[in-house]
Design a protein around this ligand. Structure first.
Ligand SMILES: *Cc1c(COP(=O)(O)O)cnc(C)c1O
Length: 434
């Protein structure tokens, strides 16, 4: 499989090169030159195929021979070696729980897959690679965990001091070894700007080998298809194809689902469920793409005004908005609706959702109200314990802390503190790469 740049000004590259580079030199996102069709036999027999084998067979055409089969099988299996259950919530709605991984959010799968692929690729190179990423919360923990102790790779995570939750902060500051946290006395946007400047700094890039681990990287984006296969594997209704609602921010996850459908997975319709950052819902209803400044919400992992991956969704439909609209609908919900839904899911159905999952359910419920014979799935993308304040507000109770977190909360935090100053970042990066 080759990957072309959506800006069409860079030559096509292999999976290996797309993973190492992250983004094409013309700043375009990489996209596969063709969408593979899956074996009918796999789709018809999902329920008796082991998860690891499903993952391997789904990703194999995208990786080609850039990783040997036995290694790819191991990488696919390790990326998903925790439960991903489909839990019935109402008669017509089930929750696909993606938060049982090590950092309690769905980003674990992509981060684990990408880190292991990069680990393979740098083995054959000689330069040490520095993965640099800015986080507003969940990405940092998943990347830290995924890349921990991978030889040949150093990780530097920038986060805004005092603006991530305590669980999130511990996840990125307590591992040590090759994981370095830089605590910036500023905002997430300032962290992001510092990171962008580092990638654009040719002098720095001559001195050290830098790459990014955000969701535009094909090795983080493509393995998210697995969730949708596991959902269908557990979907027991032979007569109804599910509606799937995906809480969406940067639109990487839903884009992977749409790709899985284009490969042959039987999903009837997708709902892109958004918070107040409603660029896509407005675009689908008006045909005008007009991003405005992002706003902060309770579902902060979706506070994105210009979703990077939306252009990939358009590409799947050859930029034809009408074709896209037959398969994807999109709605926006307020914080008040989110809190109210967390409360209702808890009191009526005894289900505790996090703010992102609650938005997923809101989108699904809205669709089901207009389509009385449909049934569906919403993705629950994070564990509620990551958002204790919102839960407390909704149900007036604390979230019980899962046992797996006890050790983490007691571990000592280690970070490099700095002002939002580029020269300081550059010297830290050069020092850490030694
Ligand atoms: C990142 C994230 C999202 C949004 O996923 P995208 O792929 O960016 O659309 C939703 N929920 C949670 C909990 C996340 O961490």
């Amino acid at each position: 499989m080759q990957y072309y740049s959506l800006n069409n000004q860079s030559p096509p590259v292999s999976f290996r090169e797309a993973t190492i580079k992250g983004q094409a030199s013309d700043k375009g996102l990489y996209f596969p030159t063709s969408i593979p069709k899956l074996d009918r036999d796999l789709i018809d027999n999902l329920s008796n195929t082991p998860d690891a084998e499903i993952a391997y067979r789904v990703i194999k055409p995208y990786v080609g021979d850039t990783i040997v089969d036995a290694e790819l099988y191991r990488i696919a299996a390790e990326s998903i070696d925790f439960p991903i259950p489909l839990v019935k919530v109402t008669d017509r709605a089930s929750s696909l729980e993606l938060f049982h991984g090590p950092t309690l959010a769905f980003k674990d799968v992509g981060a684990r897959f990408m880190s292991r692929c990069l680990g393979q690729f740098v083995k054959s190179g000689d330069k040490k690679l520095t993965v640099l990423v800015a986080t507003s919360g969940d990405t940092g923990g998943a990347v830290a965990n995924g890349f921990f102790d991978i030889p040949g790779i150093n990780v530097v995570i920038l986060y805004p001091s005092g603006k991530v939750s305590s669980v999130q902060e511990k996840q990125l500051t307590t591992l040590g070894k090759n994981i370095h946290a830089i605590e910036v006395n500023g905002t997430f946007d300032q962290c992001q700007q510092l990171v962008k400047r580092a990638f654009a700094d040719t002098k720095l890039n001559d001195a050290i080998f830098l790459t990014s681990a955000n969701s535009i990287n094909v090795a983080r984006w493509l393995p998210q298809q697995f969730y949708y296969f596991f959902a269908l594997k557990q979907w027991n209704d032979q007569t109804t194809m599910p509606i799937v609602s995906v809480p969406s921010g940067n639109f990487g996850n839903i884009c992977a689902g749409i790709l899985a459908r284009a490969s042959g997975l039987p999903i009837k319709h997708f709902i892109a469920s958004c918070n107040a950052n409603d660029t896509v819902p407005r675009f689908l209803s008006t045909g005008i793409y007009n991003p405005v400044e992002s706003v902060s919400t309770l579902s902060n992992a979706m506070d994105v005004a210009e979703p990077s991956n939306f252009i990939r969704i358009l590409e799947i439909y050859h930029q034809q908005l009408d074709d896209l609209k037959e398969v994807v609908s999109s709605y926006s919900f307020s914080d008040q609706e989110t809190i109210h839904m967390i409360q209702r899911l808890f009191s009526e159905y005894n289900y505790l959702a996090d703010p992102h999952g609650a938005i997923g359910y809101l989108g699904l419920e809205k669709w089901l109200a207009d389509h009385p014979t449909d049934k569906g799935i919403f993705l629950e993308t994070a564990h509620p314990v990551k958002f204790p304040d919102a839960i407390k507000r909704a149900i007036n109770q604390d979230v019980p802390i899962p046992e797996s977190l006890n050790g983490l909360l007691l571990a000592d935090k280690e970070s490099i503190k700095m002002e939002p100053d580029y020269n300081e970042l550059s010297s830290h990066l050069q020092h850490l790469a030694k």
